[in-house]
Design a protein around this ligand. Sequence first.
Ligand code: TPP
Ligand code: SF4
Length: 263
Amino acid sequence: MSENIGIKDIISEENLVYSKTKLMTDKTLSYCPGCGHGTAHRITMEIVEELGIQADTVGVAPVGCSVLAYEFMNVDMQQAAHGRAPAVATALKRLMPEKYIFTYQGDGDLAAIGTAETIHACNRGENFTIIFVNNGIYGMTGGQMAPTTLPGMKSSTSPFGRDVELMGNPLKITELIAQLPGTHYVTRQAVHTPGNVRKAKKAIRKAFENQTLNKGISFVEIVSNCNSGWKMTPLDANKWMVDNMFPFYPLGDIKVDGEIVNK
Ligand SMILES: Cc1ncc(C[n+]2csc(CCOP(=O)(O)OP(=O)(O)O)c2C)c(N)n1
Ligand code: SF4
């Protein structure tokens, strides 16, 4: 640094390119560095802020690494026991139809423990938003195999890789719920590059805006990493996700305005 330039010259308003989202609290995130959960939280709260619906939004937190979402998101939140977030969200929306209701869930919570709640809420066509972070593993409890674990993928309970003969096939829950008439918007996104963050944010915006149409569930899957559970560096985990998760869980819209657009 030149003698004439001090830290105050650099940290100044006009040099600001990135700042904390207002609707995230000051609490330090509990996520591992490099995990996609933090970015997914941020864009969700940015949308709530941009739509000006902070006072009218209620989120439902799951079990899993995002169990503490209510500590980080500065909106009203309700915690739901194992996989029951869509059932709790159903009650919240029916009692307060004017509110924007969303669930925020991992794949162990949504596609294993809460499969029934997910399918039935989607089939009933409840009018709320589901944000589903699919990292192919149970992150919080030590990296066990989830329904979304890929064939051959190693986990703490499939240390030699998922053997579909023995452990069954992965569950593409997003494609499955897209078939249900109660879902209005179903999409799969990612948050590992700035371009993908922008697309995911657009999808979450649409998912929230759809609640004003009262047409059913908007479901945004975010394919993400679990660098700790996958036992990789964040960079390697993102590369592994692109090379292995995306071919199996392709990104893009699956159902828009109640019509399947990609089978
Ligand atoms: C019926 C049931 N089985 C097991 C658990 C233990 N449990 C709590 S969090 C969790 C993992 C959830 O993982 P996931 O939803 O994939 O979220 P991530 O931590 O990966 O974000 C599990 C298995 C539970 N709460 N309930
Ligand atoms: S264990 Fe995995 S899902 Fe959980 S915070 Fe760490 S990287 Fe993210």
